[in-house]
Each structure stands twice: as structure tokens, then as C-alpha cells.
Ligand binder design. Sequence first.
Ligand SMILES: [Zn+2]
Length: 259
Amino acid sequence: MIIKVDAIVLRSLDYQESSKILTIFTREQGALSVIVKGARRAKNKFGASLEPLAHINAVLYIKETRELQLLTEAELISSFPKIQCDFEKLFLSLSILELVYVVTRHTEQNELLFDLLKETLETIENATKSVVLLFYYFEVRVIELLGYRPSIEGCASCNKSVQDLLQQGAKRALFEFMRGSFQCESCFPLQDAEFPVDVRAIALWEQLSRLNVKEIKELYLNTDVQGDLDRIITMYLEHHQPEMRKLRAKQMFDAIQNQ
Ligand SMILES: [Zn+2]
């Protein structure tokens, strides 16, 4: 079967003398491994269209019984040039690709995830200020698309909304990873043994799940809260996505940020 797909390149590896093996995430067929023969010959027709991040229209020869499909043509729609030359944009976008790679390995087609990925990369490409929140926005949306959105609008015991808790001066809460909920400090007095989470981090997560990408782009990230937000989203993903592992690009980004 010959098909045309809308795809984003997640990974690209050299293979043998002149070929490449790519992992692409397609709108039509989910994630696929494809081989591109002759991709590294001096006069190949592919240009930048086989590098990670590239958004392409590709022609594939699909055989259901085969693990590796054949890519014969690729037309570059965007290589996201502004992402490529900005450290923060690049490392966070590569982190997003890694996350998509992990969560799509054993899933079928997911048009919503593809559209989310494309829209997020386009927004990062054109952003004029920090894109850190867009990265967390993407993670929060992935969690929802995979079906384990937490209930964090309010405390699981007293139902007080996270906004009310903040207004009443609540500082810390207990985040329950297994249940995907939290309890305020009045309902669950925190002991030293527990991992308290800043209530503002929970409020920010709740905001990220409610607003759209254009609104998020304008949002201001309070860096005091960033550590807790990062920690709860990462731990929550690891808890509910068994194959989840540390994102290498994100670890490098954090290491350089903290220097
Ligand atoms: Zn409560």
C-alpha cells in the first residue's frame, strides 16, 4: 500500500553506508519506523526533511507484516528554523519529541496528539518570550490525551477550589500521584515524611489544562513555582506511563539552566 502522510520526524539515525532510519509520528498512522535508502548520498533529494523536528509530507510504502516501512519521498513543510537557533526553544522542543516517542511506541494513530504536537511546535517557533510554560502545557495535554487527567480543581476531601485555597493563604498540599488528586493542609496535616507541594504549582497545572496554547503563550511563569510544577508533572507521568523515563534533552536543559 502506498500512502501519503503528514508527519513530524522524532528521530533520525544513520544506517549502513547511505541510508537513514527514522522514527516519524504521522497523523494518519501514528508512530512508524521508516528506512530512507540513499538518504546520505551526496546528491540526495531529501535535504533537511529527514532531521528531527522536520514537519514533512511523505510518501510511504506500507507492508503490515514489516516492522520497518519504506519512505520514498519527503516534502519539507517546515524545519522550524527559529527553534533550531534558540537554545531554550531547541532543547524543550527536543524534549517534546522524546516524550512523543515514548508515549507513542505502542499506540495506534492519534490525530489529536499529532495536532497538539504540530500546534505546540508552531507556537514555540513564533514565541517571542520564554517557552518553558509551553513545554509544561504539552506535558499536561499529553496526560489528558492518554486518559489520566488528574482531578485538581479542588481538594479531594473538602472540595475547596484551588483558587479559594490560595486566597485563604494555603501554602502547601499533599499531591496524591496514584489517585491523581490533592488534599489541602487542613484536611491532611503534612508530616515531615510527606512531600509537600506548593499550592501555586497545583493552581498552575489547573490553569495549563484549562487555557489554550495562545493564552499559555502570554502567561507569566513564576520561577519559585517551577521546581514543584516540574516535579509533580514528571512524577505523575512516571507513575502512570510505565515506559516513561527521564527525557535526556530536558535533563541537559535543566543542567545548563542551573549552572
Ligand atoms: Zn481540604
